[in-house]
Design a protein around this ligand. Structure first.
Ligand code: C5P
Length: 259
């Protein structure tokens, strides 16, 4: 299905994890986790999809047409929908602002927004549930970005319950040092453990209590390997953060401050 359409654009946001517990290793090699995903536009990407003579063309803002574009999650998202619906003829343009290897979900967010925009452009007969299935094939964090609201997530991250959490009256700072953490390696450094706290309840408490209660299980092993990340977190607390943590499997570290 080739189609003439007006170019569509989206500002793609990142996420942070507030609390992240790895509770068990599953038979399929993934881990069950418990986390809260919180969307943030502290970092954003720009995504634009326009008509194109080729089946699919992927262009980064540098203007380069990447040789290995098939590995890009945007192109993988296109391929999934192409397989089922025969769509064709799109240029996917991406300007990266969200750092990669950061635990901020940048690649996942691009994938989710690509799915959404393509479903819209081609008026595909897909339910939200079906779109979430496609999303999960692209990565564990991708379904979250279809909803893009604060959620408590379990399973691989795709079993989501919306929660009331509004941090807009605080100031969020995120630092992404020049350290790239592989998610796969970060999981390898974890001994899964059942959790005895229920995050959605703890996050309803005064934010100053989070420091002692809300943990990211990846911190111990990732900080051991990269002590400068612990330094950043401690620096946030010295500067008056109410709560600070690494996001996802790192290496981004965020702090939540009074305005
Ligand atoms: O799903 P995603 O592609 O983001 O995962 C990257 C890697 O992280 C997986 O191959 C797996 O090793 C690990 N992972 C995991 N459990 C999860 C999510 C990711 O073990 N819930």
């Amino acid at each position: 299905m080739r189609k003439d359409f007006a170019p569509v654009a989206a500002r793609v946001n990142a996420k942070i994890n507030i609390g992240l517990q790895i509770v068990r290793k599953r038979d399929d090699g993934y881990h069950d986790l418990q986390t809260v995903f919180y969307p943030t536009d502290f970092f954003t990407d720009d995504l634009r999809i326009s008509p194109c003579d080729e089946e699919v063309r992927f262009v980064l803002d540098s203007g380069e047409d990447l040789g290995d574009s098939e590995n890009n999650l945007c192109v993988k998202a296109f391929r999934l929908l192409q397989k089922d619906f025969g769509i064709s003829g799109v240029e996917i343009f991406l300007r990266k602002g969200i750092p990669t290897g950061a635990g901020l979900g940048g690649g996942s967010a691009d994938a989710a927004f690509t799915l959404k925009l393509l479903a819209d452009i081609f008026q595909l007969p897909v339910t939200e549930e079906k779109l979430e299935e496609y999303a999960l094939q692209l990565g564990s964090d991708v379904p979250f970005f279809l909803r893009n609201q604060p959620v408590y997530a379990t399973g691989r991250g795709e079993v989501m319950t919306p929660i009331e959490l509004d941090l807009s009256s605080y100031r969020l700072k995120i630092v992404k040092p020049d350290i790239h953490v592989s998610t796969k390696e970060a999981y390898a450094g974890i001994v899964p453990m059942e959790s005895n706290i229920f995050l959605p309840n703890v996050l309803q408490q005064d934010i100053r209590t989070w420091r002692d209660l809300v943990v990211n299980d990846f911190e111990a092993s990732v900080f051991a390997k990269h002590p400068e990340l612990r330094e950043i977190k401690e620096g946030f607390y010295r500067d008056g953060a109410l709560y600070a943590s690494m996001s996802g499997s790192g290496s981004a570290v965020f702090g939540i401050f009074r305005q």
